[in-house]
Ligand binder design. Structure first.
Ligand code: C2E
Ligand code: MG
Ligand code: MG
Ligand code: MG
Length: 291
């Protein structure tokens, strides 16, 4: 009987593996088709100056307008794409699309914004990514400093290729942010030695403020550390006034989250920026003399 159980357990396991592999292949094939058919989109989540509430940047977040399943989130795209080099092709598209959008807003007379783009580990190729970014910046005529590359703390690790890529990007004048800070295997040493501009406090440390003293302590410590290292702190996932008030009191400069805005279409961002312009929160692009 034990032998029988073992055998059926094994075949169950094998069946599950086969099913999982088939599901992955199916999702991979569908994503390749969707990418080919131009079904990928970018939404943009405003990043604000916590002191004034003014929008200072946006983060580009990938979406998939699926013909059957409707609008899918990043979690239906990124983990599948990251399993193969597909993420490299999609990543190039994201960079190009985001930079063209930034350019289109500028051409429409909107105030210049920082455009933050997420980049995956597989894209961190020092012989490839800096060249791709440089070409996109030349073609779109964007100020390199207004492009920010976000890499997660776990991508950073202590990988030589990653470090070389970051240095080359920095040489182009692009800014760099460490995403989801506090969740990876942090190498504090690399914060000191790398040309990082901004630290993004992971949403998991923000969501339970003010109820969780430990999360408050962690958020406070990350902000203090960022400042001691001359980096700007930005908090992810701010949903309540309490969270905003706490983070502001700790000196956190910037934030993003549903309290301010969800990820929006490019048109919706433009409408918000226009509103902000009319209220006079931020000088007009042309008045700032931006080219
Ligand atoms: P992330 O870079 O940490 O992006 C922030 C995520 O938090 C986004 O999820 C955003 O929609 C969500 N978010 C923002 N504010 C709030 C809030 O107040 N409450 C809650 N509950 N969530 C909030 P999204 O768009 O599903 O993206 C998930 C992840 O997928 C991103 O995390 C990023 O790691 C990855 N990703 C998204 N777009 C791209 C891309 O173009 N390329 C790459 N490589 N990764 C991407
Ligand atoms: Mg991000
Ligand atoms: Mg993040
Ligand atoms: Mg996060």
């Amino acid at each position: 009987a034990a032998k029988d159980a073992g055998r059926s357990g094994f075949s169950f396991y094998r069946k599950e593996m086969t099913e999982r592999a088939a599901l992955y292949l199916e999702r991979d094939r569908d994503l390749r088709r969707g990418f080919e058919k131009d079904e990928l989109r970018l939404h943009y989540q405003p990043q604000v100056d916590l002191a004034t509430g003014a929008i200072v940047g946006v983060e580009a977040l990938i979406r998939w307008q699926h013909p059957i399943h409707g609008l899918r989130g990043a979690d239906d795209v990124v983990p599948v794409a990251e399993k193969s080099r597909l993420i490299v092709g999609i990543g190039d598209w994201v960079l190009r699309e985001a930079c063209w959008q930034a350019r289109a807003w500028r051409d429409a007379g909107l105030p210049p914004l920082r455009m933050a783009v997420n980049v995956s580990a597989r894209q961190m190729d020092p012989d490839r990514l800096p060249g791709v970014v440089r070409q996109i910046l030349v073609v779109t005529g964007l100020d390199p400093a207004s492009l920010e590359i976000e890499i997660t703390e776990s991508t950073l690790q202590n990988d030589e290729r990653c470090v070389a890529t970051l240095r080359a990007l920095k040489e182009l004048g692009v800014s760099l942010a460490i995403d989801d800070f506090g969740t990876g295997y942090s190498c504090m040493g690399s914060l000191k030695s790398l040309p990082i501009d901004r630290i993004k406090i992971d949403r998991s440390f923000v969501q339970d403020i003010p109820h969780d003293r430990n999360d408050e302590a962690i958020a406070e410590a990350i902000i203090a550390m960022a400042h001691r290292l001359n980096l700007i702190a930005i908090a992810e996932g701010i949903e309540t006034e309490d969270q905003k008030a706490f983070l502001r009191a700790q000196g956190c400069e910037e934030g993003q989250g549903y309290l301010y805005a969800r990820p929006l279409t490019a048109d919706a961002v433009a409408a918000l920026l226009r509103e902000q312009q009319q209220r006079g929160d931020v000088p007009r692009g042309e008045e700032r003399g931006e080219q």
